[in-house]
Design a protein around this ligand. Structure first.
Ligand code: ISL
Ligand code: CA
Length: 542
């Protein structure tokens, strides 16, 4: 199974490279950078959605699953990109959004016309209760998860924005349409599918009120992990996926160590999932904009728990950032004093942990969060609607901005920083989103020619991982060590590796049980020293 040994590079196309000067990244921009992508030592590319969309939620609101988003290019561009990837022995994983469509999709335009329209049951429609929504479910993006539509005097369900009506998977006709559109892209030779919010395709369709104020708990109990989830996944597996040598990656809030294996049945399940244990540990009951402190113990526990979950079956992904979360360096590292060291440390974790690593574009050079000076600067519906909710609850803009600058998705969507020139070489035009000012010194070009750069360290890490199957297949055993020292073994047949990561500004010591051990250092972000420096990462063969 090629995907167990693969290293995946995630590209948010809108912010990767603009080839035609309109300030918006596009497929031809990705084509221009294929040799760069190959040079990272990765095996596959995951592209965030590239299909026709009104962009209410960054392309996660698809209005035509068979057409390339016009501002990203044409189907010919797509074909050229796929051929260019395959020519370089790189695979392509597409991001399909099947829990909901855009409200501008033809299906929804029909569905909303009348209660007897043949497309009516492609979505969830329900009468209100005394001119209130059918139940108290909150949307991810603020407000009710139900939108009143006066044409038929009913409400439709949208777990996300009101322009993202949920597709009704209970309807076999809809499931057939979904399988057909997946088949179209698999027949073009795509190597994998990242299935957006797959955890929610089976919901509690009796639609009871949620009985908890904790949003993540509401997701787990009511929105995801529904009674027919395994059946729906098994049906697509049987009817479609089994006929291709592809990888299916399930994404979705609500996936827990207790239910993850339900998604990953060897015969009838997905191949792998993203879990969010570490991504939500600093979210309070109010969700993303209600941050709470996190500890290294919690962080380490997440990896321990998921390694136990997948110890004998199932398969996980390892990621520390993506388009939905702040930059990993700013969130987990030290993006000021120990920038280089901590960026390398986080990449070392990513490339030595058990599970398929996903590198988010820009993390290979240590890109950092941006700063919004006003909510109006945000390009993200989750931040904009999050502010509407917070404002109603009496939060000041300054308080909300603090939360948004810590946890918001804009942080991960600033343009890729190629060089120190205007707009970081991302575009010759006016970028759709402001470029981070630190591109003057933080960019690919400057790091290409610096042998001790984060970029070249990442390349050494991918080379190391590919040369040692222990990193893909080996067991994982965490060493008991002080709170900020994350140390673990990876073992497979006769190979045993020791990884030590000092998540702190302090000097510390190796765990006492390894101090006398004979070991050979394979890679690290400091030259030899018998103690562990601030943010020191090292990989030893023992
Ligand atoms: O951003 C989050 C709210 O905390 C995540 O829970 C995220 O919304 C959730 O994991 C689903 O994310 C996916 O579907 C969303 C889209 O906005 C995200 O970009 C996508 O990754 C709706 O399609
Ligand atoms: Ca463009």
């Amino acid at each position: 199974m090629w995907w167990k040994e693969s290293i995946v590079y995630q590209i948010y196309p809108r912010s990767f490279k603009d080839s035609n000067g309109d300030g918006i990244g596009d497929l031809r921009g990705v084509i221009e950078k294929l040799d760069y992508i190959k040079s990272l030592g990765v095996d596959a590319v995951w592209l965030n959605p590239i299909f026709k969309s009104p962009n209410d939620d960054g392309g996660y609101d698809i209005s035509d699953y068979y057409t390339i988003q016009p501002e990203f290019g044409t189907m010919a561009d797509f074909d050229e990109l796929l051929a260019g990837l395959h020519k370089r022995d790189l695979k392509l994983i597409l991001d399909l959004v099947l829990n909901h469509s855009s409200d501008e999709h033809e299906w929804f335009q029909q569905s909303r016309k009348s209660k007897t329209n043949p497309y009516r049951d492609y979505y969830f429609w329900k009468p209100g209760k005394d001119s209130n929504p059918p139940n108290n479910w909150p949307s991810f993006f603020g407000g009710s998860a139900w939108q009143y539509d006066e044409t038929t005097d009913e409400y439709y369900l949208h777990l996300f924005s009101r322009k993202q009506p949920d597709l009704n998977w209970e309807n076999p006709k809809l499931r057939n349409e979904v399988n057909q559109l997946m088949k179209f892209w698999l027949d073009k030779g795509v190597d994998g599918l990242r299935l957006d919010v797959i955890s929610a395709i089976s919901k509690r369709t009796d639609f009871p009120d949620t009985d908890t104020p904790d949003f993540n708990e509401t997701i787990r109990k009511f929105y995801s992990n529904g009674p027919r989830l395994r059946e729906f996944i098994a049906e697509s597996r049987e009817k479609l996926w089994n006929h291709y040598n592809i990888v299916t990656v399930g994404e979705g809030p609500g996936i827990t160590p207790q239910n993850a294996l339900d998604y990953l049945d060897e015969k009838q399940g997905l191949n792998m999932i993203f879990h969010f244990g570490h991504m939500f540990m600093d979210q309070g009951p109010g969700g993303r904009f209600d941050p709470k402190p996190w500890t290294m113990q919690e962080f380490k526990q997440v990896f321990k728990t998921w390694n136990e979950t997948f110890a004998t079956r199932g398969w996980g992904s390892v990621f520390l950032g993506n388009h939905d979360f702040p930059r990993m360096l700013s969130r987990w590292g030290s993006d000021k004093q120990y920038r280089d060291e901590s960026a390398k440390l986080l990449l070392t974790l990513l490339l030595t942990m058990r599970g398929t690593p996903f590198i988010y574009m820009g993390d290979e050079i240590g890109m950092t969060n941006t700063v919004l000076n006003a909510v109006a600067e945000s390009k993200d519906i989750e931040t904009l609607t999050g502010w509407e909710v917070a404002h109603k609850q009496g939060m000041t803009e300054a308080q909300f901005l603090k939360a948004a600058n810590y946890a918001g998705r804009d942080n991960a969507r600033t343009p890729m920083q190629w060089n120190k020139g205007p707009q970081a070489g991302f575009t010759t035009g006016d970028p759709w989103m402001m470029v981070n000012k630190n591109h003057a010194w933080l960019n690919v070009d400057d790091q290409e020619n610096n042998s001790s750069s984060i970029l070249n360290y990442l390349r050494s890490l991918t080379t190391l991982r590919k040369a040692n199957p222990v990193f893909s297949y080996g067991s994982y055993q965490e060493l008991e060590s002080n709170s900020n020292l994350f140390a673990y073994y990876r073992q497979w047949q006769q190979e045993k590796m020791l990884i030590v990561l000092n998540f702190s500004d302090e000097v510390t010591n190796l765990p006492h049980e390894v101090q006398g051990l004979s070991k050979v250092k394979l890679i690290g972000n400091y030259s030899e020293s018998d103690q562990l420096n601030p943010w020191e990462a090292a990989v030893y063969k023992v």
